[in-house]
Design a protein around this ligand. Sequence first.
Ligand code: PLP
Length: 435
Amino acid sequence: MQVKDISRTKSAELYEKAKTFFPGGVNSPVRAFKSVYGTPLFIQKGNGSHIWDADGNEFIDFCGSWGPLILGHNHPAVREKVTEVMQNGMSFGAPTALENELAELILTNNKFIEKIRFVSSGTEAVMSAIRLARGYTKRDKILKFEGCYHGHTDALLVKAGSGLITFGETSSAGVPKSFADETIVIALNDKDALQKAFAEFKDQIAAIIIEPIPANNGLLLQEQDFLQFLRDQCSQNGTMLIFDEVISGFRVGFEGAAGLYGIQPDIITYGKIIGGGMPVGAYGASAAIMDNISPVGPVYQAGTLSGNPVAMGAGIAQLTELLKPGFYQELESKTTAFVSAIQQYVADKGYTLKIFQLGSIFWFAFTGQEHIRRADEIDAASMAYFKIFHRELLNRGVYLGPSGYEVGFISSAHTMDDLEKTKLAIFDSLDIVYL
Ligand code: PLP
């Protein structure tokens, strides 16, 4: 059934004004709605699983601020804790008991790290983890995988060149070629390329960094066997394995992907959920590795707002909820039922859509392949389907991140009613996509 386009009058006005202030009218590029229809929606408020835009349109939200909001918007426990902390001031640049409290909550419930350092974003966590790996191993090169995103630190704004094992090419202006020369880029799920890289750059690779659940360029689920292979190869070659768990950390379980796959990385980076919607990142490792960081060790890393009390409060409140018995099981079974119902509809209709899912993360792949494990297996032409799908869903009150390469998230705030309504909106939207 066709429906009317939502009104975007106020959002469009705000966007025009924003364009005079910010490059492209936004403070982070994907928000500009470049790969979907219409102007960006300016969001006014969120509550539970719902958000409202400046024109008063209401949506069931599956973006969740790109992952942090595992409890939904404006969760009472988080709001109350933040409000309580703020009564005593916003920032001191001195230690507070709240930092201890959040660290203790994490470290006593996560056997994969012994010490942690809080920073203010995922990018900062990754940048610091790379420096730590280089400082610890006294090597310069790092290896990353095509299709994994690790924030906008120079060393990682690098994409594969041509050939099996390549020095990367910068994927942003302003990144010196000499930086990219220290970054090797290979395809995910490619054991041969990994072995060749270790042979060619013997004793030079400080770290391999991977999103163990790659969720920034589709959801490129890796097999446990590949991740274990990385672990073994790193151990044999004196290279550190960094799991970038900025998305997967606290999302697929309190111990993230490390816990899910039972693999011990050398360093883990976190962000998003750890801050309950406030700007927080973190990196952690064994005490022996972490004690290489200043002021005890030679690897420098600092931050005016690191361990900010308000952000720590939000993190404490959110993570406390996640530790309640059954939290992750419930989230996962809700998501599985939702995804299966859509997959069934798709099968009945003969549409070429596959929904990849892990825990409460899902991704609509309009190419229909059974497995997609590498970035180059995604058919770019299939994004045309997503563009229509996105518009139709907005028109039916469902908000997905504005790019077909982005995953969606289900939060504990999504009710059965929300998911039922969303399913019907998805069925109708798919009928239009495949018209
Ligand atoms: N690493 C991963 C896996 C991410 O998904 C992101 C952001 O989406 C980052 C790092 C960068 O985090 P931030 O945007 O907080 O700087």
